[in-house]
Design a binder for this molecule. Sequence first.
Ligand SMILES: Nc1ncnc2c1ncn2[C@@H]1O[C@H](COP(=O)(O)OP(=O)(O)OP(=O)(O)O)[C@@H](O)[C@H]1O
Length: 227
Amino acid sequence: MSETVLQLKDAMIYQGNNLVLSKVNFEMQKGDFVYLIGKTGSGKSSFMKTLYGDLELNEGEGTVVDFNLRTMKENDIPFLRRKLGIVFQDFKLLPDRTINGNLEFVLKATGWQDKDNINERIETVLDKVGMKTTGFKYPHELSGGEQQRIAIARALLNDPELILADEPTGNLDPQTSIEVMEVLQDINKNGNTILMATHDYALLLKYPSKTLKCDENKVFEVVQRKS
Ligand SMILES: Nc1ncnc2c1ncn2[C@@H]1O[C@H](COP(=O)(O)OP(=O)(O)OP(=O)(O)O)[C@@H](O)[C@H]1O
């Protein structure tokens, strides 16, 4: 039986008083991989921010991994984010800690205490992104693609029910983008649900999947045509 991890019904997405996206209807099931595309300023990041509680939803309905976006309180946001893995364009690793330190920081902040469990979890997620031997390095000692793999590993730490990736290849060259995309594809094949905002059409062509487009305040599904 399919399991809904995300549902929006007539959701109205605002930035301040400006309506960015109107009447958004969208559902994701466990295991889906969905792209979110659209021109710069069309509302992709606003869409993502609504899903992780950075923008309030005040009109329409929305549920993300069992959290109701309309009735959720400020205090609930950290609990929602524990069920999500969020990956950004600019990696957002802590520069003054090693890779192990970055990952340990997140685990401790989310209630992990046992040292052996922490080390084992770190090793597992680094292995998933092909970076098992880099734990002792600092972020600046890694390339952009490697840093993004670590950011993906960090997103996986708490076994998220949904991964939101906002332009995860936006700062990477085409070859490195493909390598990072392969990691995301592997993770998806292992059962993780991923929503990825991108404007990299080469990736869409190489890895076709369900695609939503933001345009003129609307979100709609686009069908990829084979040329
Ligand atoms: N913090 C903010 N305050 C007010 N308006 C904002 C804010 N952030 C974005 N906007 C506006 O909301 C609209 C949608 O922006 P958003 O960042 O969601 O687009 P995007 O599709 O993610 O663009 P990009 O591809 O450049 O990241 C734009 O008109 C933008 O100017």
